[in-house]
Design a binder for this molecule. Structure first.
Ligand SMILES: Cc1cc2nc3c(=O)[nH]c(=O)nc-3n(C[C@H](O)[C@H](O)[C@H](O)COP(=O)(O)OP(=O)(O)OC[C@H]3O[C@@H](n4cnc5c(N)ncnc54)[C@H](O)[C@@H]3O)c2cc1C
Length: 487
C-alpha cells in the first residue's frame, strides 16, 4: 500500500461512507475509502437466487430530500430508479389472528374494526383538537396517547413504530425520531386544521419550488445493492476493500490508521482529515482512543437487533392475495412472534418469478432482543408456522434466506438530541475529524445520505477555506430522523 499522506480517508463503505467519498471524489478531493469486507454496501445488500431478487437489508427508500435525488442523478447512467406499485399503498395490521387493512380517511377511521368504538371516537376527536405537550421532551407513547388515545396508540402507532424503528414507543423520543412531528405537536392544537393549512400553503408555494421527481416508495431495478455497487465502482482505485481499520491515532497534522490484521500484513495509512462512517459499535471502538467523550456518547445509544427472513413460495400454494405492502404487528399482540412481513413482489413485482411469491419477514427488535441469537431452523419454523394460517399457505417455502442484524437499528430514546449535541462538541474539538452514520441524523437511507452529503460539502468547503486559514464548519446533525425498516 502506498505510504503518502492522503487528504481524506473515509472508514466504512456502507451508504454513509460511500456517499461521503463519492461527493469528495467528484469534487476532486484526494479521498480513499476503506471497507473491512470484500464488498461495499454494509447492511445494504442484494442477492439474486433462483430468479428471486433478495434485499437482505433495506428494501425501499422514501425519498424526502434533494440530497438523495442528486446522488441518484450522479449515478444515473448505472442505476434505474423504480417506483413501488400503486397497490403498495394498502397496508395491513395484524389483530386477533387476522390481517386488517389500515384505515385511510375519516370514513375508514370511523369504521375500522382495528379499534373499539370508543377508541375510534377518541382518535377522531384528537385529530380535531387535542392538548399540546406540557413538559418538554416526550416519548412517542406519551405524545400518541395524549393526541389520539390509548387504543389508537397501542394498535396503530405501536405497529407503525415497529416497522420504522423496530423499537419501543415507551422509550423512543418523538422529537428525536420525528423532529417535524415534534414541532407540529408543540405548535398545533388541531392536527386537522394544521394539515389543511399546510396543504393550502404547499399548493401556493409549489409553483416556485424545485419539483420532486420521485414521490412515495422507490427502489433501484437491480436492487438497492446496485446503488451502493455503483457508488463503489465510481471510486475506482480509491476504494480499498478487505481493509479493516484496526486502530486510529491523532498525529500533529492529522491521523494515522492501522489497517488489516496484526502482524506482517498490517499497514499504516496517514491522512489529514478522517471520516468515521462505520456502524455504531465500531465507531465506539475507533473513537475511544482519539476522543473518549464521543465514544462514550455513541456507546450510550442503544440499538435494536433483528432478523430478516426472505421466504419464497409457489404462487399456487398461497391462498391470501398478499396485495399491498405487507402487515405490521402492534405491541398489544405480544403472543404473535413476528414484527411484521412485507409482500415483496407485490411492491416490486420483479423481486420474484411470475409463479412465485416472496415474503420478507422481520423477527426481533426491541420486543424480542434474543431472536437474533436463535438458530436458523427455529426462526424459520416460527415464521412459516405463523404465516401458514394467516396467509393460507399450503406448501413449504421453495426459498429460505436468513439474515441477522445485530445492534443495527439505533434507538433514539429520550435525551438523544442532547447526546448528539455532546457528540458534536466532542468531535468538533478534534480538527479534521468527522462522524457520519445512522446513529445521528436519522436511520433511513435517505437520512444517511443527507448527513453524508452535508459532511462531504463541509469537507469540500473546508478544503478551500483551509487555504485562507478560515475556521472549519462541520455538518449539522439535527436532521429529520425518519428510520425505515419498512417505510
Ligand atoms: C434489516 C434492515 C432493514 C432496513 N430497511 C430499511 C429500508 O427499507 N429503508 C431505509 O431507508 N432504511 C432501512 N434500514 C436502515 C438503513 O439501511 C441503515 O440505517 C443504513 O443502511 C446504514 O448505513 P451506514 O452506511 O450508516 O452503515 P452500515 O450499512 O452499517 O455500513 C457500515 C460499513 O462500515 C464497515 N466497517 C465497519 N467497521 C469497519 C472498520 N473497522 N474498518 C473498515 N470498515 C468498517 C462495514 O463493513 C460496513 O460496510 C434498514 C436497516 C436494516 C438493518
Amino acid at each position: 500500500m502506498h505510504d503518502k499522506t492522503r487528504d481524506v480517508i473515509v472508514v466504512g463503505g456502507g451508504i454513509s461512507g460511500l456517499t461521503t467519498a463519492w461527493h469528495l471524489k467528484k469534487a476532486g478531493v484526494d479521498v480513499t475509502l476503506l471497507e473491512a469486507k470484500e464488498t461495499v454496501g454494509g447492511c445494504t445488500r442484494t442477492d439474486r437466487v433462483d430468479g428471486f431478487l433478495l434485499e437482505k437489508g433495506p428494501f425501499n427508500v422514501m425519498i424526502r430530500d434533494p440530497a438523495f435525488e442528486d446522488l441518484i442523478d450522479g449515478v444515473s447512467g448505472h442505476v434505474n430508479i423504480i417506483r413501488a406499485e400503486e397497490s403498495a399503498k394498502k397496508r395491513y395490521i395484524y389483530r386477533r389472528g387476522r390481517l386488517m387493512p389500515v384505515p385511510s380517511g375519516p370514513f375508514g377511521l370511523m369504521t375500522t374494526p382495528l379499534l373499539p368504538f370508543g377508541g375510534r371516537c377518541r382518535l377522531l376527536a384528537g385529530l380535531l383538537v387535542s392538548a399540546r405537550p406540557r413538559h418538554g421532551e416526550e416519548t412517542i407513547e406519551q405524545a400518541a396517547t395524549r393526541r389520539f388515545g390509548r387504543a389508537a396508540c397501542d394498535t396503530l402507532v405501536s405497529a407503525v413504530i415497529a416497522g420504522i424503528f423496530a423499537g419501543d414507543i415507551r422509550k423512543l423520543s418523538l422529537s428525536a425520531c420525528f423532529p417535524s412531528a415534534g414541532r407540529i405537536d408543540a405548535s398545533a392544537r388541531s392536527l386537522l386544521v394544521y394539515g389543511l393549512r399546510q396543504a393550502l400553503r404547499a399548493a401556493r408555494r409549489n409553483k416556485n419550488r424545485r419539483r420532486r421527481r420521485w414521490r412515495g416508495l422507490v427502489s433501484i431495478d437491480g436492487g438497492l445493492g446496485a446503488l451502493t455497487g455503483a457508488l463503489g465502482a465510481a471510486l475506482g482505485a480509491d476504494l480499498l476493500i478487505g481493509r479493516r481499520t484496526e486502530a486510529i491515532r491523532q498525529t500533529a497534522n492529522g491521523f494515522e490508521l492501522d489497517i488489516g490484521p496484526p502482524g506482517a500484513d498490517r499497514k499504516t495509512l496517514r491522512c489529514h482529515r478522517l471520516v468515521i462512517a462505520t456502524s455504531r459499535p465500531e465507531a465506539v471502538r475507533l473513537l475511544r482512543p482519539v476522543v473518549p467523550v464521543a465514544a462514550n456518547v455513541v456507546d450510550s445509544i442503544e440499538s435494536a437487533s433483528l432478523v430478516v427472513l426472505n421466504l419464497g413460495y409457489r404462487r399456487s400454494d398461497v391462498g391470501h392475495p398478499m396485495d399491498g405492502f405487507g402487515f405490521l404487528v402492534p405491541g398489544n399482540e405480544p403472543e404473535f412472534p413476528l414484527m411484521g412481513a412485507l409482500f415483496a413482489d407485490s411492491v416490486f413485482p420483479h423481486h420474484a418469478p411470475d409463479d412465485r411469491r416472496l415474503l420478507r419477514v422481520f423477527i426481533g427488535g426491541a420486543r424480542d432482543p434474543g431472536a437474533v441469537d436463535r438458530p436458523d431452523d427455529e426462526l424459520v419454523a416460527t415464521a412459516t408456522c405463523r404465516l401458514r394460517d394467516l396467509l393460507e399457505i399450503r406448501g413449504e417455502p421453495v426459498l429460505v434466506d436468513v439474515c441477522r442484524y445485530k445492534e443495527a437499528i439505533p434507538q433514539y430514546h429520550l435525551g438523544h438530541g442532547e447526546k448528539i449535541a455532546r457528540l458534536r462538541t466532542a468531535v468538533d474539538a478534534i480538527p479534521g475529524l468527522h462522524v457520519v452514520g445512522n446513529y445521528q441524523g436519522g436511520v433511513s437511507l435517505n437520512d444517511c445520505v443527507r448527513l453524508a452529503t452535508e459532511t462531504a460539502r463541509d469537507l469540500i468547503g473546508a478544503g478551500v477555506i483551509a487555504c485562507a486559514s478560515a475556521p472549519v464548519r462541520k455538518a449539522g446533525m439535527n436532521q429529520e430522523s425518519r428510520a425505515v425498516v419498512s417505510a
